[in-house]
Design a protein around this ligand. Sequence first.
Ligand code: NAD
Length: 339
Amino acid sequence: MTKHGTLGVAVIGTGRMGADHVRRITEVTSGARVAAVVDIDAERAKQLAGRIDGCTAYSDTAAAMADPDVDAVLIASPGPAHEAALLQAFAHDLPVLCEKPLTPDAASALRVLEAEQRLGHRRVSVGFMRRYDAEYLKLKELLDSGRFGRTLMLHCKHRNVATPPGFTNQMMINDSVVHEIDTTRWLLDQEITAVTVLRPTPSAAAPDALSDPQLVLFETSGGSVVDVEIFVNCGFGYQVQCEAVGESGSARIGDGHAMVTHSGGRWGGEIDQDFVTRFEEAYDREVQRWVDATRRGETEGPSAWDGYAAAAVCEAGVRAQATGERTPTGLVERPAFYR
Ligand code: NAD
């Protein structure tokens, strides 16, 4: 599969996530190296490449993919740039780990699905890293075992300390709740059929024009109901929790009880402040699994179909948010290629 034994990866986009993946591949992941970095900010790419042996900086994605040292591509540019990079990777038949979102809307995601099907084999894994988180994996195993019967409901919480300037209501769905969309589909092995969004009176800490918090409800193809509290300016920490309620038991993850302290008549612990620390091990596992599968000549993990389904549910969620109405997701039929 690889031309040089070690997988030569081109990392496209060297901002927060891309630079972290470059560090990960260089310092943590085995069996891979960063052969190229690409950024429209040529200086940023050059500076990063200068710190890594045998790494070439590019400002043009197509040129990086034609580099004979490049065996695979990790896309970490902003969502609107993903479709073009994915189609270029298909043209070179290169395996891709694409940070979420696959693309920012359902129509462009469908174009990617069609292009991958024309290629004739799966090449894309989407970076929904919660699927690699130890707690989520335990919950998935429990639900799949059927020990608690059918899963009736999921209660999810997704809280951030604060939003950066310019963060919008739509981004609460597209950038934050998108993770609950993927975990719901994965944990329940069902599609999301309808979305409703309720907006309580905003917190006094919410920036102007942001309706924060919101309650997002999903209905699924198997008759389960999922509620997601999304609260992106909670002020106290980054919290991702999920409680599954089955017919004969419930299970909850995300309490963050790695260490409990007792002192001065109180007990307590620490709360993560962002996703980089909360999901650090999940990102590490995601990239290692992708490298291992790619070196075996296989493609695993969340597929382009999962990326399309997430984009379609996000679109419905943004419509539901604007209208206040229950909004069907209207997914296309899943192609046999992705079953
Ligand atoms: P960022 O803005 O910090 O970095 C983006 C980088 O891409 C910048 O350096 C920019 O110059 C570069 N860029 C822009 N257009 C480009 C193009 N056409 N070709 C090459 N480079 C280009 O963004 P980020 O926060 O690192 O997000 C990157 C991706 O990672 C997004 O898809 C985002 O949704 C995703 N993300 C995923 C998670 C997760 O938990 N899985 C968390 C944060 C971000």
